[in-house]
Design a protein around this ligand. Structure first.
Ligand code: AMP
Ligand code: GLY
Length: 422
């Protein structure tokens, strides 16, 4: 039976998911909504308000989806997975109740405390005075985090007390994050390399991906403001498979068990953002979906059949083992628009897309659209991700940059140091 899958979202992560699914056995029918100009070449795209659970369900029914993969956090937090399940459509993604692991940092802390998962000491506050007390307890550096979703911009790691109080005031009194900042998590500052560990979870079963890393700041050597992610790499050579298995036992399994115990079982992708501190691993955050841009470096390595893995997970079963992976490392380099992460410039014509793809690299589209002249132009902050595998990390990054260098537009930004720290 020819299968039909619907991927919800329209970024680089969704393009990577679409490609992986489209290449699966059985010539599957792949839909993506809303997609982008590149996704439209690999899947049938449809318009969609991803935050409207009824619209998501209606589209899944219209296209006859055998299962749905929810890419971004917005449809998860607004309950698209619940609506799909209620309509009897299998979906990869947790319920709205379980998506609170990402949607509320205070809730994530509560779960970690209950499950005994190592994380930074923290206090959840709703008033500046209580926040200042916490800042004075932890000292600086200190992380000031808006509780809710803030498009990756809700975290300030303050180096001084004044900066910390500023961030606290911005969230609690000036409401710069709207309701997302009505609660603030004040967290002790930690140091160490960061690791992203993603696993597909269903029931008590956990199928982990290899470790990955994303590079969040806009500037080389991790300087400047944070972005959605300027590049990614997998694996992390100094984190062995055994280390990754131990982290799954330390973090993912207890969290999944605690969520089940509370009557809100977690089913979907659980992404732990970890810091490897001198005192051991600490969880910084959970996401309840594939990471962007980690996915662009992970899926090119997937040796399991993506349609089978994700379809089975949507139906509630995953193999309780690491996913099968090609040994070759993969590096993904993000190409961003002029002005990103502030106000990205739109509408610049992109050249070199075919030449880059002809090298064998994956050219994943994020913020692109087709203009009135039929040209592919920039239409967002992160525009493309160019991913390539190699026999070593060095070879992968050399090949990824060689392909990325064939692409150009006015004001294109790219970090030159992705995976250079490994
Ligand atoms: P989060 O969204 O919670 O992952 O935070 C975004 C980024 O802020 C992380 O990737 C870290 O680089 C940094 N960060 C978050 N929490 C801390 C912390 N407690 N100490 C130091 N840096 C942090
Ligand atoms: N790479 C971080 C995220 O997906 O939120």
């Amino acid at each position: 039976m020819r299968q039909t899958a619907l991927v919800v979202g329209g970024g680089g992560r969704e393009h990577a998911l679409v490609r992986a699914l489209a290449r699966a056995d059985g010539n599957p029918n792949i839909f993506c909504a809303p997609g982008n100009a590149g996704i439209a070449l690999d899947a049938q795209v449809r318009a969609l308000d991803v935050t409207d659970p009824r619209a998501v369900t209606a589209l899944a029914q219209t296209v006859g989806a055998d299962f749905v993969v929810l890419g971004p956090e917005a449809p998860l937090v607004t309950g698209a997975a619940d609506a799909l399940r209620a309509a009897g459509i299998p979906v990869l993604g947790p319920s709205g109740a379980a998506a609170r692991l990402e949607g509320s940092k205070a809730f994530a802390k509560e779960i970690m405390l209950a499950a005994g998962v190592p994380t930074a000491r923290a206090a959840s506050v709703t008033h500046v005075a209580a926040g200042i007390a916490a800042i004075d307890e932890f000292g600086v550096p200190v992380a000031i985090k808006a509780d809710g979703l803030a498009a990756g911009k809700g975290v300030v790691v303050a180096q001084t007390r004044a900066e910390a109080i500023d961030a606290l005031t911005n969230a609690l009194e000036l409401h710069v994050f709207g309701e997302a900042g009505d609660i603030v998590v004040v967290e002790e500052g930690l140091t160490g390399p960061e690791v992203s560990l993603l696993a597909v979870c269903a029931g008590e079963d956990v199928a982990r991906f290899p470790a990955a890393r994303d590079y969040k700041p806009i500037g080389e050597r991790n300087t400047g403001p944070n972005t959605g992610g300027m590049g990614s790499v997998s694996p992390i050579p100094d984190l062995s498979n055994r280390d990754a298995d131990r982290l799954i036992d330390l973090v993912h399994r207890p969290v999944v068990a605690e969520m089940a115990r509370r009557g809100t079982p977690f089913s979907g992708v659980l992404y732990a953002g970890l810091m490897m501190t001198p005192d051991g691993p600490r969880v910084l955050e959970f996401n309840v979906r594939f990471g962007d841009p980690e996915t662009q470096a992970l899926l090119p390595r997937l040796a399991d059949d993506a349609l089978e893995l994700l379809g089975a997970a949507a139906r509630g079963t995953v193999p309780d083992r690491p996913v099968a992976i090609h040994a070759d490392p993969c590096v993904a380099v993000v190409l961003a628009a002029a002005g990103y992460p502030g106000s990205p410039r739109q509408g610049d014509a992109i050249s070199g897309l075919d030449a880059a793809a002809a090298t064998g690299a994956e050219v994943y589209h994020a913020g692109t659209c087709t203009d009135a002249l039929g040209r592919i132009v920039t239409a967002g902050g992160r525009v493309l991700a160019v991913a390539q595998r190699g026999t070593t990390v060095i070879e992968a990054r050399t090949k990824a940059y060689a392909a990325a260098d064939l692409i150009a537009w006015e004001g294109m930004q790219m970090r030159r140091d992705i995976a250079l720290d490994l």
